[in-house]
Design a protein around this ligand. Structure first.
Ligand code: NAD
Length: 437
């Protein structure tokens, strides 16, 4: 049966929205981008040209877009964390369906605002938990669901953030101070992991404890003689792992989308111009120990679930090689793997074997691409496929995360920050009940 494409407006034409909107070019029969709201003229122009958006449908802000009334079936909201809820509420009130970036709310007040409006308007809302679409995590989910390791006893997950990305985002960058960006690091960085944790373990989170601290980037770690800026110059400029000279100037490609966003043609810049940009026009060469950030470098949490199983998660900054690992102990087996390799080991308890177990390696590389290319089996595009299906009222894949599906993982992150800050044991059962879960 022929169906018209789902129409969508883009709110915040940054990196993430640009990725998601590509679906309209891959599958024009399914999705059409009809308007964009973006304050930066260059990005607005990019959208207008790439998706053939009429000039009168290019808006300078989400607020201006909302004032125009409802223009499409859905909105793709890829604004920054602190704008997610304020920009989404008017669109939901207008009747738009919504694809919303994580974290979909910064705190419980925003969470209740969003769920109240979405519930009252009976809105279709999907959250961008793209990791649920990665073949690696999908295959683990399938093994658990098929009973391959029996009942879950304990899931242990780690996210080790690389030393360079940690500095770019959580020390010098836009998530450095949780009171400015609005999202504590655990929520900003690890809400994906906590979503996975509470997806794999379907039992109800009951109690939660958490500790965390600033360690790596604490001022006490600052080497003697370090200056305030790398290009002051600092005597450690050639040896410091966070030297703007080595990490940014000599490897401009490394964090292009973070550092050099205001430079239209980076390749045309001379080394002197790049150095001036880092040192004089911006403050990207600030010493990592004088950034006055308000953040942690590690945080751990333990969730006890209602069936007496456990979920343990640690996020840490400073890894030489960034990585996500997972280990699941079940009543009859075990799963162990790391996301980067996209492979995991499935072991089954077998007392009749000399070793006491059997094991198989499961390689998920290249699986389930459904014709989509890109990292991790085209996870972004497969999420977009579900988004279109949601808007059409069709059946969704088991990876789909509607707003309701996403509440538990986000609430675990929010409550873990509260537990860390206040040194309390959180009643997760009560917290979930407050949101009707
Ligand atoms: N799902 C994932 O895997 C994943 C990965 C990275 C980032 N993210 C999340 O995606 C979101 C966007 O990240 P990004 O890197 O694309 O950011 P970005 O800064 O590139 O994009 C945000 C855009 O919003 C625009 N904007 C600002 N105010 C606006 C307004 N009032 N109305 C409309 N637009 C406005 C900005 O000009 C910018 O272009 C963040 O919340 C981030 O946490 C998700």
């Amino acid at each position: 049966m022929h169906q018209d494409p789902v129409t969508a407006v883009v709110v915040g034409g940054g990196h993430r929205s640009q990725i998601y909107a590509e679906y309209a070019l891959l599958r024009p029969q399914e999705l059409r981008i009809v308007a964009v709201a973006e304050p930066e003229p260059e990005r607005r122009r990019w959208f207008a040209e790439r998706f053939g958006i009429a000039a009168e449908r290019c808006y300078e802000s989400a607020e201006e877009l909302a004032a125009a009334g409802r223009l499409a079936d859905a909105a793709i909201n890829g604004t920054m964390d602190q704008l997610h809820v304020p920009t989404s509420l008017p669109l939901l009130e207008l009747g738009y369906g919504l694809l919303l970036e994580k974290p979909f709310a910064l705190n419980e007040v925003e969470l209740s605002q969003l769920t109240e409006v979405a519930g009252r308007r009976d809105s279709r809302v999907m959250i961008c938990h793209v990791l649920r679409y990665a073949p690696f995590y999908r295959a683990i989910y399938e093994q658990i669901a098929a009973g391959a390791i029996g009942d879950i006893v304990c899931i242990t997950m780690e996210e080790r953030i690389g030393y360079g990305p940690a500095a770019v985002s959580y020390v010098r960058g836009k998530w450095a101070d949780r009171h400015i960006c609005g999202a504590p690091m655990l929520l900003a960085k690890a809400c994906h992991d906590l979503d996975l944790l509470t997806w794999f373990n379907r039992a109800r989170p009951e109690r939660l404890v958490s500790l965390g601290a600033e360690r790596l980037f604490h001022p006490s770690m600052r080497p003697a003689g370090a200056t305030g800026r790398c290009f002051d110059p600092c005597p450690h400029i050639d040896s410091c792992p966070w030297s703007a000279k080595t990490d940014y100037l000599e490897h401009t490609e490394r964090y292009e989308g973070y550092l050099w966003t205001e430079i239209p043609d980076l390749a045309a810049l001379t080394e002197t111009q790049k150095r001036r940009y880092l040192h004089e026009e911006t403050d990207w060469d600030r010493c990592v120990w004088v950034c006055n950030r308000d953040n942690v470098d590690w945080q751990s949490l333990i969730v006890r679930f209602a069936d007496r199983s456990a979920g343990v998660f640690t996020m840490s900054s400073g890894a030489a090689k960034p990585e996500r690992t997972i280990s699941i102990v079940g009543s009859h087996g075990q799963i162990e793997g790391d996301y980067l390799s996209e492979c995991f080991t499935l072991r089954r308890s077998r007392p009749q074997e000399a070793s006491g177990w059997t094991e198989v390696e499961i390689d998920t590389r290249g699986r389930e691409t459904n014709g989509f290319t890109g990292r991790h089996g085209g996870a972004n595009m497969r999420m977009m496929q579900d988004f279109v299906r949601m808007m059409r009222g069709e059946e969704l894949s088991f990876s789909a995360t509607t707003l309701d599906d996403s509440i538990t993982g986000h609430l675990v992150a929010m409550k873990a920050v509260e537990a860390m800050d206040e040194g309390t044991v959180v009643d997760m059962d009560g917290a979930l009940r407050a949101f009707g879960c």
